[in-house]
Design a protein around this ligand. Sequence first.
Ligand code: ATP
Ligand code: MG
Length: 244
Amino acid sequence: MDTASFCHTSGATALETRALTKDYLMGKERVRALDAVDFSATQGDFVVINGPSGSGKSTMLNLLALIDRPTSGEVLFLGEPTGALSEGGLAQLRRDQIGLVFQTFNLIPVLSAFENVEYPLLLTRTSRAERRRRVGALLEVVGLADFARRRPDELSGGQRQRVAVARALVTQPRVVLADEPTANLDSATGRQIMGLLQGLNQNHCVTFVVVTHDPAVAEYAGRVLAIRDGRFDSGAEHVDPAAS
Ligand SMILES: Nc1ncnc2c1ncn2[C@@H]1O[C@H](COP(=O)(O)OP(=O)(O)OP(=O)(O)O)[C@@H](O)[C@H]1O
Ligand SMILES: [Mg+2]
């Protein structure tokens, strides 16, 4: 399958890191979770970062998502450095340009599937009619049109993750970041979710960065990078999508 066929990118950089470093303080001890990482993803890329537990994947994702700040080095978003932005500026970028999918879904338990997907739009100036249209269309895409009124506890794990994927996409972000999107799913449901992300990447040219310890996720990637002890392996595998 030619995974690049629908997504003609300009080759512009969506996300880039320069010597990105993150230390955590454990009492008096410093733990270097990320060590001078240089990374870049172009618009329309589908990058999977693969590595064992504790290798720095969530640290990397939270820095790319502008949720955490680095100890040193920087994150560039759509070519723009983010280090000097205020909390408000970062929040605005997160809200308008970034979609997030978490390992644990992070849905709001008292809201229906529809309301969970709609929620990020309530923070924007999107009209009620437009909200309904977008949420309805996305629930359709993720195969949950008939489940719109159910609360998360009335849905299966895979259905909850599909709600989370729809929520991540509802603001039409340029970049979607996913932390272990298949970790709480059986392997068949995990494949379904990854197929869904792959389709969205191909058909809508959304840039995806997925971090996972699950080697099976790599088969959906345009590019696979291996992380270990906070560094990217120099011998990281490169998958040519046109050849798969
Ligand atoms: N808040 C924190 N305080 C101290 N150390 C931390 C903190 N968060 C992460 N670490 C440490 O940083 C390293 C990287 O952690 P990180 O959560 O990024 O790993 P990971 O690859 O996502 O692991 P997993 O696959 O288990 O989710 C680990 O050694 C971890 O113990
Ligand atoms: Mg993690």
